[in-house]
Design a binder for this molecule. Structure first.
Ligand code: IMP
Ligand code: MG
Length: 182
């Protein structure tokens, strides 16, 4: 890891080892739950890409991977709840067991919109695996079947999560130093 990137992090919340252990556990649970089913794992670019890559390798079932990219309207760091699809899944999800892999559930507005959109397309089932669920007030009601870790309401980076497109490649998740955003 580059020293320079590490300097942006105030403290580590989840180490590389903790992430690996938890993602392996999630994969085992998913393996048990989806045995015999036609599983399609949909990841939300770009933050969930690294979680997705590790998660699917911990699932011991035949599966397909697909990707979506969304942007929420509105400026700043808060979601507006209006989500625009920048890249849609390639395959039809009708009649399939769809599992959305998301990096972090914050306000929940992005996932709410995504779940509503995908649910309208007639999947056999639709569930969410979120690596992190932030402890924030007024979070949208999302039934997250799999949650990696509960996370304090702070801005975190690493393991796919960015600040201004940086820090995604850190192998751990940490709290961004406040002065890095000033
Ligand atoms: P929500 O719609 O507020 O739940 O926003 C979810 C999205 O915002 C996530 O998919 C992330 O891309 C981004 N996000 C939310 N919190 C953080 C954070 O602490 N670090 C990096 N990205 C975040
Ligand atoms: Mg994201």
């Amino acid at each position: 890891m580059s020293t320079c990137e590490h300097e942006g992090v105030e403290r580590i919340l989840f180490t590389q080892e903790e992430l690996a252990r938890r993602v392996t556990e999630m994969g085992a649970q998913i393996t048990a739950d989806y045995a015999g089913k036609d599983l399609l794992v949909v990841s939300v670019l770009r933050g969930a890409a690294i979680f997705m890559a590790d998660l699917v390798r911990a699932i011991e079932l035949p599966l397909e991977m697909d990707f979506m990219a969304v942007s929420s309207y509105g400026a700043g760091t808060t979601s507006s709840g209006v989500v625009r699809i920048l890249k849609d899944v390639t395959s039809s999800i009708e009649g399939r067991h769809v599992l959305i892999a998301e990096d972090v559930l914050d306000s929940g507005l992005t996932l709410r919109a995504l779940v509503d959109e995908l649910a309208s397309r007639g999947p056999a089932s639709l569930a969410v695996a979120a690596l992190l669920r932030k402890d924030v007030p007024n979070q949208a009601e999302i039934a997250c079947r799999y949650v990696g870790f509960e996370c304090p309401d702070e801005f975190v980076v690493g393991y796919g999560l960015d600040y201004a497109e940086r820090y995604r490649n850190l192998p751990f998740i940490g709290v961004l130093r406040q002065d890095m955003t000033e």
